[in-house]
Design a protein around this ligand. Structure first.
Ligand SMILES: NC(=O)c1ccc[n+]([C@@H]2O[C@H](COP(=O)([O-])OP(=O)(O)OC[C@H]3O[C@@H](n4cnc5c(N)ncnc54)[C@H](OP(=O)(O)O)[C@@H]3O)[C@@H](O)[C@H]2O)c1
Length: 273
């Protein structure tokens, strides 16, 4: 019998990941700000908690995947959360947040005797369902070893260890999303130019992804854009994550002409790829 896990955040990505855990035989206690999103999990046997602290078991593992810095901080600082997690407890934090927030929360957990591990997620909700997530992680070794099976059960097809320094895995996530978002925008512009000149964008994608651009992002986004589907739709993730990328660069005086351009483009309504 697997140990029970606390799971916080049943949004678009969290829900399929929590569902995978239940299907893999992990008893779950779940919390979501909007409780109704837990219905399908409760129907599969999960226990619904009324507060974040209520999913926590002293010395146990609690996984969270919420929207941003403010949401994650409010969960961690909510009444009783840290006190209950206590010595030996692990918080597996999977939200895409700033590396600074992650470091701050890691230090606060340490003051309470628990361990914070970051493992942000590459992959859409459909990839979670299909167990095709890629997951960079960072944090103390003993905690990473304990959470490995959980990350696999949640839908991880590959887990990449970026060491013990908190913040490292989130930097990888921000770099990855900057590259993904840049690729989406450059594909949209390139294929529109080809099509307006009378060249079939599907044929362009077909050739380029069999040759010089043989990569999952170019294949999937190229196909979507050629078929007039927007890879990011109305998602607010590109704006949030390019903002986080820019801030992380500013902290170390790294220049970001392209990220700044994309940020302005995404801030102006309707400019999403
Ligand atoms: N969706 C993707 O394709 C994808 C891919 C990779 C990584 N991510 C990252 O994964 C995280 C979750 O993304 P998502 O797509 O699942 O987002 P989402 O569907 O918008 O869900 C956000 C989750 O955060 C909770 N939340 C938001 N503000 C909160 C607050 N102030 N206090 C407590 N809970 C709060 C929401 O609760 P309510 O249900 O009550 O609103 C919900 O559970 C984000 O950091 C995102 O960047 C997403």
């Amino acid at each position: 019998m697997n140990d029970a896990i606390g799971f916080i955040g049943l949004g678009r990505l969290g829900l399929p990941m929590a569902t995978n855990l239940i299907k893999s035989g992990y008893p779950l206690r779940v919390y979501n700000r909007t409780a109704s999103k837990a219905e399908s999990l409760v129907a599969q046997g999960a226990q619904l908690a009324g507060t974040p602290a209520d999913v926590v078991e002293t010395g146990g593992v609690i996984a969270s995947i919420v929207w941003d810095d403010a949401a994650l901080e409010s969960i961690v600082m909510s009444d009783g959360f840290l006190e209950r997690l206590g010595a030996g407890g692990i918080h597996l934090s999977m939200s895409t947040v700033s590396p600074e927030m992650s470091k701050k929360l890691a230090a606060i957990h340490a003051q309470h005797g628990s361990t914070y591990v970051e493992a942000p997620i590459f992959g859409r909700p459909e990839a979670a369902v299909a167990h095709q997530l890629w997951i960079p992680c960072a944090g103390p070794q003993h905690a990473k070893e304990r959470i490995q099976p959980l990350l696999k059960a949640m839908g991880g097809q590959g887990i990449f260890d970026f060491g013990e320094e908190i913040g490292a895995a989130l930097l990888v996530k921000l770099v990855g999303n900057f590259l993904i978002i840049s690729a989406g925008h450059s594909l949209r512009e390139a294929l529109a130019m080809a099509e307006k000149n009378g060249v079939d964008p599907r044929a362009v994608v077909d050739m380029l992804t069999q040759t010089l651009f043989d990569a999952p992002i170019y294949r999937s986004y190229g196909k979507m854009i050629a078929e007039k589907n927007a890879p990011f739709g109305q998602s607010k993730i590109p704006l949030k994550d390019i903002g986080l990328f820019k801030n992380a660069a500013q902290q170390v005086d790294s220049s970001t002409p392209l990220a700044s351009f994309l940020y302005d483009l995404l801030s102006s309504d309707g400019a999403r790829a």
